[in-house]
Design a binder for this molecule. Structure first.
Ligand code: C2O
Ligand code: CU
Length: 470
């Protein structure tokens, strides 16, 4: 018997591989993001490199927390629509069914799609009529957090709740970035009886000021809580999906370490105690939670001065809470000091273009435009494939405008918030100031829109097109 045991021990220690180590205990406590996590899309395709999703846009209600039913227009009954996850290089196919009472489309904000997949009717496709369907398909060429939203009657449709996030994972994540949560920030404007607010409220003045909703949402919930263990990094992938509201975030006693933005990781981490996201912008931030277990730290909305009347009498508001959980002895090591190498776009041979953001009064009505012309009367700018352009965007108005160009990332040369070659597709142009960026056009010919991402402003005329030609 003893001999047998000895032989067995011998045998185990010399011949067979070691049994696998038990998996490490989960880093965060059970249910740490239950209250805040976004609803996820179902991938209907078994191929590991194809993400196939169905989205139905319809009139719906959703629970913004505590059984508070909220009317909305939404994708698959959820506001925000389901989070679509893909890996860089995957093919994405999305079958959209329009069950709304009006035409719609889906624009893939920030994604370098073929022009016909850009979702900007009538220029890149016919609008998707009520009852009709349309399939978008494209390759996820770049890692990062992107988002999707209608480009038809967009101020109303986005305001009603039609938007969702698309997270494209890189081949490799930065070391020690921590536990990740996608946060879709938005707001909703409800009427006194709790119905959908009138998207035309305040008429022309409402358009000019931009309509902010009084209900602030994180993944469709009001003031939810995420739990975070002391010592472990918390990574927030944030998109501002509101149609007008700027989100300037502060977390008392904490800094945000910004490791990425619109176009994936940035070159180096940047620390800030105040994080700005204009409508359409994204941020990838790491927070190092500290304090005492049980403490709930608010993440606050703080009014950002985007022009007259935008900060007056507007105290900070809690958007969500980070509840601290006792350390279990584990800690995340330091973040890398270099995250990614991004080469500067060469300005050699670049042609210069001036784009003015303008305001005029026609009769008694304020009108916004590009180079003095509202979108309805605009002729497209023209550019050629495989060229570099230097755009100077001059804001001739008294309010800030977040500028967005479809289909291409660019590098801003003179914005202190983006001091290096970070890839951007949306950024703020302050009132009466100008900003310059370099963009490299590739060979995706077609009509590409650019506009202010305060969607009330886009609809009031601050939108243009650049036609990329052979
Ligand atoms: Cu997210 Cu034309 O925009
Ligand atoms: Cu604007």
């Amino acid at each position: 018997m003893r001999l047998l045991v000895a032989l067995l021990v011998l045998c185990v220690s010399c011949g067979t591989p070691k049994p696998p180590a038990p998996p490490p205990p989960p880093r965060q406590v059970d249910g740490w993001q239950r209250e805040i996590a976004p609803f996820e899309a179902t991938d209907e395709n078994p191929d590991a490199h194809i993400v196939e999703v169905s989205l139905e846009a319809a009139v719906n209600v959703f629970d913004r927390g505590g059984g508070k039913l909220t009317p909305a227009w939404s994708y698959n009954g959820h506001t925000p629509g389901p989070l679509i996850r893909a890996n860089v290089g995957d093919e994405i196919r999305v079958h959209v069914k329009n069950s709304l009472p009006e035409a719609t489309s889906v624009h893939w904000h920030g994604v370098r799609v073929p022009n016909a997949m850009d979702g900007a009717p009538p220029h890149t496709q016919a609008p998707i009529a009520p009852g009709a369907t349309f399939t978008y398909s494209f390759i996820a060429t770049d890692p990062g957090l992107f988002w999707y939203h209608p480009h038809s009657d967009s101020a109303a449709q986005v305001g009603y709740g039609l938007y969702g996030a698309l997270l494209v994972a890189p081949a490799e994540e930065p070391a020690n970035a921590g536990d990740e949560t996608v946060l879709v920030l938005s707001d909703m404007f409800l009427s006194n009886d709790g119905g959908l607010g009138d998207p035309r409220s305040g008429d022309n003045i409402g358009d000019l000021f931009g309509r902010e909703g009084e209900v602030l949402l994180v993944n469709g919930r009001e003031r939810p809580t995420v739990k975070a263990r002391l010592g472990l990094h918390q990574r927030f992938r944030i998109v501002n999906a509101a149609k007008t509201r700027f989100f300037q975030l502060e977390m008392p006693g904490h800094e945000f370490i910004r490791i990425g933005g619109d176009g994936g990781l940035r070159p180096t981490p940047l620390r800030t105690s105040s994080l700005l996201l204009t409508p359409g912008e994204r941020a990838d931030v790491v927070v190092v939670p500290h304090g005492t277990p049980g403490q709930k730290i608010p993440v606050k909305w703080v009014a950002f001065d985007r022009g007259y009347g935008t900060t007056f009498n507007r105290p900070p508001l809690d958007i969500f809470y980070v509840e601290l959980v006792a350390s279990d002895g584990r800690e995340d090591g330091a973040l890398p000091t270099a995250l990614r190498t991004i080469e500067a776009i060469s300005a050699a041979g670049a042609s210069s273009r001036n784009v003015e953001l303008t305001q005029a009064t026609v009769g008694t009505q304020a009108q916004l435009g590009i180079n003095g012309v509202p979108f309805a009367m605009a002729t497209p700018l023209q550019a050629h494939v495989n060229t570099t352009e230097k755009w100077t965007v001059s804001n001739k108005t008294d309010w800030d405008h977040p500028f967005h160009l479809h289909g291409f990332f660019f590098q801003v040369l003179d914005d202190p918030r983006f001091p290096d070659n970070e890839w951007k597709d949306t950024f703020n142009v302050p009132a009466q100031k100008s900003r310059t960026f370099l963009v490299r056009f590739d060979d995706r010919t077609g009509m590409w829109m650019f506009h202010c991402h305060i969607l009330d402003h886009a609809e009031l005329g601050m939108m243009g097109m650049v036609e990329l030609m052979p």
